[in-house]
Design a protein around this ligand. Structure first.
Ligand SMILES: Nc1ncnc2c1ncn2[C@@H]1O[C@H](COP(=O)(O)OP(=O)(O)OP(=O)(O)O)[C@@H](O)[C@H]1O
Length: 218
């Protein structure tokens, strides 16, 4: 059985078909890039995979369970790192990682340990006490990834995770995403960055919502 089954997923905004009948089968341990020009439907596909929007057709099944809404998907371990990070700007970097863990009942000691590890993974161990609004765009992007790493997701959906990063941090983030896959997650990253894309196990290219494997999964 495939852990993630995507069958005929279509996303429409009114008359516009942003994603056209995408089929995918992914297994734990796989790191996949979704590439394509601006407006091709990458974010829409990721949001549909994470049940943050309801597909107009088709379904997304994780470990045998149909994903129905964002809350249910989050409870099943589906994390989304959105473009533009989605962080709480009045909290510190560490609080942004810690609070969601406490909210889902991770014990305080374990949550603190995971927070420290996740911030170290993105190279921000010294910045945990900084407010988000005091951090640069690239640092904020790294906190958003740290939050997802702390959550130890089963399916991690990262939208343009390296877009604001310099080369060294891009390498660090791709390595961290690979680490998540090695831990047993399925990791799907939308990206414009060819160097990040080529480090994945497969590249799914979207053009006007039509998906084609330009580099099939290995
Ligand atoms: N909420 C929305 N309402 C209407 N149209 C939308 C909405 N979100 C996206 N679209 C349209 O759907 C298409 C796909 O958008 P999407 O954001 O998924 O593309 P993308 O490949 O992620 O683009 P980018 O690389 O610029 O982020 C575009 O034509 C976009 O204008």
């Amino acid at each position: 059985m495939h852990e993630l089954l995507v069958q005929g997923v279509e996303v429409r905004y009114g008359d516009l078909v942003a994603v056209q009948a995408v089929d995918l089968m992914l297994q734990p341990g796989q790191l996949v890039a979704v590439t394509g020009p601006s407006g091709a439907g990458k974010s829409s596909l990721l949001w549909a995979l994470g049940a943050a929007l309801r597909p107009s057709a088709g379904k997304v099944v994780l470990a045998g369970t149909d994903l129905t809404d964002r809350e249910q998907a989050a409870a099943l371990g589906v994390a989304i790192v959105p473009q533009g990070n989605g962080l709480a700007s009045s909290l510190t970097a560490a609080e942004n990682v810690l609070v969601p863990l406490l909210a889902v009942g991770v014990p305080a000691g374990e949550a603190a340990r995971r927070t420290e590890e996740a911030l170290a993974l993105v190279g921000l161990e010294e910045s945990g006490n900084h407010l988000i609004e005091e951090l640069s765009g690239g640092q904020q992007q790294r906190v958003a990834l740290a939050r997802a790493f702390g959550a130890q997701a089963r399916l991690l959906l990262a939208d343009e995770p390296t877009s604001d990063l310099d080369a060294a941090n891009r390498e660090r983030m791709v390595a961290a995403l690979r680490g998540e896959a090695l831990r047993g997650a399925i990791v799907v990253m939308a990206t414009h960055d060819p160097e990040a894309a080529e480090q994945t196990d497969g590249e799914l290219h979207l053009d006007e919502g039509v998906a084609t494997w330009v580099r099939p999964l290995r």
